[in-house]
Design a protein around this ligand. Structure first.
Ligand SMILES: O=c1ccn([C@@H]2O[C@H](COP(=O)(O)OP(=O)(O)O[C@H]3O[C@H](CO)[C@@H](O)[C@H](O)[C@H]3O)[C@@H](O)[C@H]2O)c(=O)[nH]1
Length: 299
């Protein structure tokens, strides 16, 4: 069987590395381009241990660099690209909006140009439920109105709109736009997982640090939201299920020749307190926490 080859930009990150495993297991050949800005080379070694080295290639490089992309596309014949490479901290995006525009929008634009040049027209794009802004309908349908509530959200929303523009007059393109809810968990081997640099911003890696004693307590942002226990409710999805979503997206593009835009979540929300209690029940470790009013994330 000839395997299709897929380029994974940002493929050594949290979601990318899990998707690499799912793709190789589904029969794809995977080439990873990653600048190691929020990952390490050891993740690639771990992937090799998990799925064997034969179907994986790693190239260290930046998706905003046209010359790098030109070389990658001339060295390989790709069926499609899964584009993960982007900055993802909401707080940082407010502090450094230009860096976010340059990487998230500039990177996508550079990638699209390189793809067109190489005549590779299948792209699965990492979007986010953040494109729904502050909407409170639950579960939220893909047809809901979109808005940007911060610079990070702006980069995701405008990337979606860029893809719509590019695809609208050119049938050669197929875009799988995947709107992620909150990915958590790790591959069952624990050989790969979520390993943010510095102090984690997201709930689960933060709780991990509290559980292992490297941070003293969790600060729960907000206890008077209009939710059953007052703490924030999110739709958490296992990262391997999310990874599988990328395989399905590529398979659907191949089967139909068409793109799609889909939410990837479970449709079930859990509060911060429910997450803490579940973590404590499974690990047997007490998670000290303190609730503060409002959200600190966006200050
Ligand atoms: O130290 C913490 C961290 C988080 N939370 C709460 O935990 C929940 C989950 O927070 P987090 O893991 O930071 O995710 P979100 O705020 O939902 O943001 C995620 O979901 C967005 C889409 O909805 C994406 O755009 C972001 O990249 C992604 O981080 C929320 O209620 C937070 O207020 C805390 O109480 N304390």
């Amino acid at each position: 069987m000839t395997r299709h080859t897929i380029l994974l930009t940002g493929g050594l990150g949290y979601i990318g590395s899990h998707t690499a495993v799912a793709l190789v297991e589904a029969g794809y050949q995977v080439v990873i381009l990653d600048n190691l800005s929020n990952s390490e080379r050891s993740v690639f070694d771990a992937l090799g241990t998990l799925v064997g080295p034969n179907h994986l290639t790693f190239i260290e490089g930046d998706v905003t660099d046209a010359a790098t992309l030109e070389r990658v596309f001339s060295d390989h014949s790709f069926f499609g690209v899964v584009h993960f490479a982007a900055l993802k901290s909401v707080a940082e995006s407010e502090a450094q909006p230009l860096a976010y525009l340059e990487t998230n929008i500039g990177g996508l634009l550079t990638l699209l140009r390189a793809m067109e040049q190489a005549e590779v027209f299948n792209l699965v794009f990492s979007s986010s439920a953040t494109v729904y802004g502050d909407q409170e309908i639950f579960p939220i349908p893909e047809t809901a109105e979109r808005s940007a509530v911060n610079t990070y959200g702006f980069t995701k929303l405008s990337s979606e709109q860029m893809l719509e523009r590019v695809g609208s007059n050119d049938d050669r393109w197929s875009f799988g736009v995947l709107r992620y809810f909150n990915p958590i968990g790790a591959h069952e081997s624990a050989a790969i997982g979520e390993r943010p640099n510095g102090i984690p911003a997201n709930l689960l890696p933060y709780i991990d640090r509290v559980a292992t004693g490297s941070l003293p307590e969790l600060v729960v942002y907000g206890d008077d939201y209009p939710t059953p226990d007052g703490t924030g409710v999110r739709d958490y999805i296992h990262v391997m299920d999310l990874a599988e979503g990328h395989v399905r997206s590529l398979d659907a593009i191949e089967a139909t020749g068409e793109g799609h835009t889909v939410n990837i979540g479970t449709g079930q929300g859990y509060s911060v307190l429910e997450v803490i209690r579940a973590y404590e029940a499974v690990s047997g470790i007490k998670i000290p926490y303190r609730a503060v009013q409002g959200t600190l994330l966006f200050i």
